[in-house]
Design a protein around this ligand. Structure first.
Ligand SMILES: CCCCCCCCCC(=O)SCCNC(=O)CCNC(=O)[C@H](O)C(C)(C)COP(=O)(O)OP(=O)(O)OC[C@H]1O[C@@H](n2cnc3c(N)ncnc32)[C@H](O)[C@@H]1OP(=O)(O)O
Length: 197
């Protein structure tokens, strides 16, 4: 069976320039929300995906498949792999563009099985912007940054206002998130002060 790819991005786009305050290449990106299934450290069976900013408009993420992520015996569930890409792509959009955006469409190509115990290295790039629409894609390499591609994904993220989260989300969880961000900001300012008072 041949894989027929539609043109990508599907509409004319402007280049996606990183926000002036985007973290520079080499930055390890933290957990954006402790209860996030994709990256949160409070979710025992979650993916615990970790990400680092790369050169250009790229982010490099990785996660290790555990028994909690199985579909067929000994193999990762495709839906969980899609979740890992949603997280990696969303983290790239959020951190590099610093605009609130949600996944509108997520397309995955599963090329090879991903066994329990293997680590998926996900390389994500920003492909372009058209108004509120942000196009982003990624390849997931098996067991090494240059390993064989097991899964690829392409997504459309749509920029939303912060009211998207306050209107539809859990206000208590949002308060917890805001408090965690404030604590992280104070710790960062303290570190900067210690380096350069
Ligand atoms: C640092 C942060 C790290 C964060 C990492 C977390 C990553 C996880 C990210 C997620 O999983 S987010 C959760 C999953 N997504 C959602 O729950 C979104 C649910 N959908 C919506 O809320 C709305 O449908 C949406 C905000 C996406 C769009 O609704 P709107 O009413 O605001 O906009 P509209 O429907 O007019 O769409 C805006 C444009 O996008 C286009 N569009 C939207 N959905 C589309 C779609 N599915 N396919 C193609 N195009 C689509 C739409 O055609 C239109 O194009 P034009 O501007 O050219 O007219």
């Amino acid at each position: 069976m041949s894989r027929v790819s539609q043109p990508w991005p599907p509409v004319p786009v402007e280049p996606a320039e990183a926000h002036p305050k985007a973290p520079p290449a080499g930055t390890e990106l933290g957990v954006h929300f402790g209860e996030c299934f994709g990256c949160g450290d409070e979710v025992e069976s979650g993916l615990h995906l970790r990400s680092r900013v790369g050169e250009g408009q790229t982010v490099h993420s990785k996660f290790t498949v555990t028994a909690a992520h199985q579909g067929a015996p000994g193999l990762a569930h495709g839906g969980l792999l899609a979740c890992a890409f949603d997280e990696a792509l969303g983290s790239t959009v959020g951190n590099l563009l610093r605009r609130p955006a949600v996944t509108g469409k997520l397309e995955t190509d599963f090329r090879r099985p991903v066994p329990v115990g293997s680590t998926l290295y996900i390389a994500t790039r920003l492909d372009g912007i058209a108004g509120r629409k942000i196009y982003v894609s990624a390849d997931g390499h098996l067991d090494a940054e240059d390993g064989p591609i097991a899964v690829s994904a392409r997504a459309l993220f749509v920029v939303v206002g912060f009211e998207h989260f306050s209107n539809h989300g859990d206000p208590q969880a949002l308060e917890k998130l805001a408090a965690a961000h404030e604590k992280a900001k104070r710790a960062r300012e303290q570190r900067e002060w210690e380096i350069n008072p």
